[in-house]
Every structure is written in C-alpha cells, then in structure tokens.
Design a protein. Structure first.
Length: 254
C-alpha cells in the first residue's frame, strides 16, 4: 500500500511539472502606458484610459499550438467593428530562442533590440485579419518578413487579447527558457509610409494620433512594454528630425 501511495505521489508531481513546463507568465505595473514618459493618448473617445496599459502577458504550451495572451488595464471594445472583440490595440510579442536574430523592429515601432537579445520570432496580435497582417509583413518586413507570425484568429474578451500559433513555427526548445518582450501599439488600418499597421506618435495629440513625442520618426512608437521604460528614453534626434539614435531595448526571461 505504501509503495502504491509513493508511486501515486510521484505520478502527481510529474504531471504537475509537465503541466507547468512551457508556460510563461509576466506581470507589468498599471499606469505606465506613457512610452518614454510623456506620451498621451489620442483625443478620440475610442482610446479609453488604460487601453494600452499592459498588466499581464501569458504563454501556454498546448503541445501542437502555443497560446499567447496579453491583458490590459481597461475593458476591450470593438468600436470599429473589426469582429474579434477589440479594435484599437495591437500587440507585438518578440521571442529570442536561437542564435543570431534581428536587432531591428518591424517598421513603425521605431526601436532597436540589444544584440545580446536579438529576436528570432515576432507574434503579432492584431484585430486585422491574418491575411492583412501577412500582406503587410511580406510587403514591408524585408528579411524579417518570414519571422513575423500572425495567428489565424485573434480575439478580445474582457481585458485580454489572445491568439495561438503552431509551436513548430516558433522554433525548438522549452518556451519557459526563452526570452521575451511585449510592445503595445495601436491598430492603424491606414498606416503612414512603410509603417506596418502602427499608429504615429506626434508632438501634440490629435483625434487619432498619440502625443508627447515628435513629428518625426526618431522617437519610439511604443506605449507600454515589459520591464523598465527607461530603455525607451535613450533615443536621440538630429536637428532636422532624422534619427540619430533609436531606443535600444532588451528581451527578458520569465
């Protein structure tokens, strides 16, 4: 009987460990949805307070698929009738799980990544259809296009945006050992120039423009991220508004 109980305990512990393997959880403070420190929301009522304030990011290894979810500080809404339960947000999840990788970001974010944590895969949680995200990545992503992934279906429920991608597309290894960064932007159906569905940050806020930055593309177009926002402050613009130095950010382990 004692031997049977011992075996049962071992089995329970093994199953519990197996259930936890591959799962990733990050929490992020509320009230830090201000980019480098001075960014403010657009003036239109659809951009509700907390709409871009990341509070939690989770990844769950389901075997063949991996579920991604990002929770925000406000309840989601679908004012533009995108059909997935949310409209204004767009989440970029960067993963470092192999040698090498990219230090540049998808166009429109205006950040770079530290060489020590160059990203290998970027999962985009967008209210746009997968086909539109894929089209934008292929047209504007250059060498990184094939490393930008979009779930077949992304949904928003309560305050959480979620989607799943095939695990085989992410690379090998245990997701719990990978490094991550999550950047919060806004869905823009009519992006400027070569931007990939991202919304501009200007000097002054407008109906559909963030404020607190510059009217050029030398500032990071990111409202919230995992970890220290001081990384977003380390950018420099030339006098003519061109980029002197982009903000450089790091991916982090769970």
């Amino acid at each position: 009987m004692r031997k049977l109980l011992t075996v049962s305990v071992i089995l329970v512990l093994f199953l519990a460990q197996a259930a936890l393997a591959g799962d990733v959880k990050f929490s992020d403070p509320k009230g830090d949805d201000f980019g480098p420190g001075e960014y403010v929301y657009p003036t239109d009522a659809v951009y509700e307070a907390g709409s871009f304030d990341l509070t939690k990011f989770e990844l769950e290894d389901k075997g063949d698929n991996v579920d991604f979810s990002a929770t925000l500080a406000s309840k989601l809404d679908d004012p533009w009738r995108m059909g997935g339960g949310f409209s204004v947000q767009m989440i970029f999840v960067f993963i470092d799980n192999a040698e090498g990788g990219f230090t540049t970001s998808p166009p429109g974010l205006n950040v770079e990544f530290d060489e020590s944590t160059a990203w290998d895969v970027c999962v985009v949680l967008s209210p746009q259809p997968m086909s539109r995200v894929r089209q934008e990545a292929d047209a504007k992503g250059g060498a990184m296009a094939s490393s930008i992934l979009a779930p077949v279906r992304v949904k928003g429920k309560r305050s959480t945006i979620s989607g799943a991608v095939p695990k085989a597309d992410l690379g090998e290894g245990d997701p719990a050992t990978w490094k991550y960064q999550v950047l919060v932007q806004s869905n823009e159906g009519f992006p400027s120039g070569g931007d990939m569905l991202t919304r501009k940050v200007n000097e002054f806020e407008g109906q559909h423009r963030f404020g607190g930055g510059t009217d050029f593309d030398c500032d990071p177009h990111v409202m919230d991220m995992l970890g220290d926002h001081a990384q977003l402050k380390a950018y420099e613009c030339n006098e003519d508004g061109t980029t002197k130095k982009l903000a450089v950010i790091k991916l982090i382990k769970p």
